[in-house]
Design a protein around this ligand. Structure first.
Ligand SMILES: C[S@@+](CC[C@H](N)C(=O)[O-])C[C@H]1O[C@@H](n2cnc3c(N)ncnc32)[C@H](O)[C@@H]1O
Ligand code: SF4
Length: 380
């Protein structure tokens, strides 16, 4: 999550994007937006999140499993298995969660589950049998995490992770890999330095490593820890984005960008930078190619990671409504809807072509704090 991703830079990257042809590598599905947590910084359910602005009856709607399965059946098989990220909301609350995962596996797709970890225990066997990675959010040592995610949630999640690790061990299974993701927000960043020691204290027998973007699979581990930056924008930038989308792509944007607006980010960025470097050094990770966190939080106009996005050529996002988008956190420019359009219409249609043509030459005003620009090089 921190890397100046990709081997191609500057002109080479521009040239690469100019010549890209669409090849789907990753599907991200939000089958439902509902969630049992209300994490304070969450861009969906948090204090400024968009879900609270929508009618709750609508938010509770979930994707029709039969429509979803039909859509999945139309995805052409590539050379490599397609990776499918299941997220939400809390995806384990989706009423057809198991049926969906089973169907994806029947198509030889690799399933990655992003979860708050609260509902793992009931599905330990299922996750072991069907998923490649379970990515669990923990937002710091117990008191910090509980302040964001609710009292008692740290212990619940840790018990669930313990159950998953124990069963994997008993069955001698390598999958799913367990990773823990801590988003560094204003209320928890000072605890980052204590996070890995706290996990080691909690899971005494487990091998806990810091995720190393250069050598992601090199070290034996029970849990890989990842630190992720807060995604944010300014009001001004968000408004400029809305204007850009209207003017150049004839698109009226949703309120989603507003969920990322932070008027100010009261983070002592020099403190955070110092602590992160101490963590990386202590864990033996080469951080020379990582994003400078001070610049990240203090200069919103700066572009990090890749200077151009390749996601629209490799990824599709399916939301709870069936609407399909190229951008993971911005349900704005719609390619179509799986209730009405075939995969081919969505992937190769006039709207997809128009969006990619625009992105070949321009970035969107929201791009520069999007995970797809500084995701691990392995992602795309
Ligand atoms: C929206 S959640 C959905 C999955 C699941 N409910 C969870 O909490 O992990 C996906 C990830 O986004 C993170 N997230 C939420 N709001 C964020 C923000 N404003 N900036 C960065 N990450 C954010 C969460 O911490 C979580 O790791
Ligand atoms: S658990 Fe995930 S989706 Fe739910 S409020 Fe927290 S970050 Fe948002």
């Amino acid at each position: 999550m921190w890397t100046n991703a990709g081997t191609l830079r500057d002109e080479k990257l521009v040239e690469h994007v100019q010549n890209l042809t669409p090849m789907l590598k990753q599907l991200t599905i939000f089958p439902s937006d509902i969630c049992n947590y209300r994490c304070s910084f969450c861009h969906i359910w948090g204090d400024t999140g968009w879900a609270l602005k929508e009618p709750q009856r609508v938010i509770r709607e979930q994707l029709d499993i039969e429509v979803l399965k039909k859509f999945i059946d139309q995805v052409p098989k590539g050379r490599n298995p397609i990776g499918v990220i299941l997220t939400g909301g809390e995806v384990m609350l989706y009423k057809h969660f198991e049926e969906l995962v089973t169907h994806l596996r029947s198509k030889r797709m690799n399933v990655y589950v992003n979860t708050n970890g609260s509902l793992i225990k009931k599905r330990v066997q299922f996750l072991i049998d069907n998923t490649a990675v379970v990515n669990i959010s923990i937002d710091g040592p117990e008191e910090y995490h509980d302040a964001i995610r609710g009292k008692g949630s740290f212990q619940t999640i840790c018990e669930n992770i313990e159950a998953l690790m124990a069963e994997k061990k008993r069955r001698r299974k390598m999958f799913p890999f367990i990773s823990v993701n801590m988003v560094l927000s204003t209320s928890n960043y000072k605890s980052a330095i204590d996070f890995i020691p706290a996990l080691r204290e909690r899971f005494k027998d487990a091998e806990i490593v810091l995720h190393d973007t250069k050598n992601p699979w090199q070290r034996k581990r029970d849990i890989a820890v990842n630190f992720a930056p807060l995604l944010y924008t300014s009001q001004e930038r968000g408004e400029a984005y809305a204007h850009q989308m209207k003017e150049h792509l004839d698109c009226d944007v949703s309120p989603a960008w507003q969920g990322f607006v932070e008027d100010e980010i009261p983070i002592d960025t020099e403190w955070l930078k110092r602590d992160l470097q101490a963590i990386w050094e202590a864990e033996g990770v080469d951080y020379s190619h990582y994003v400078d966190i001070h610049d990240y939080y203090t200069d919103i106009d700066n572009v990090f990671g890749r200077s151009k996005c390749v996601a629209p050529w490799h990824e599709l996002i399916v939301r709870r409504t069936g609407d399909v988008y190229p951008c993971v956190d911005l349900p704005d420019y719609k390619f179509g809807n799986i209730n009405e359009n075939s995969f081919q219409e969505l992937w190769e249609g006039e709207r997809a072509v128009r969006f990619r043509d625009y992105l070949r030459n321009d970035n969107l005003m929201m791009c520069n704090r999007c995970t797809r620009l500084f995701a691990d090089p392995e992602s795309f």
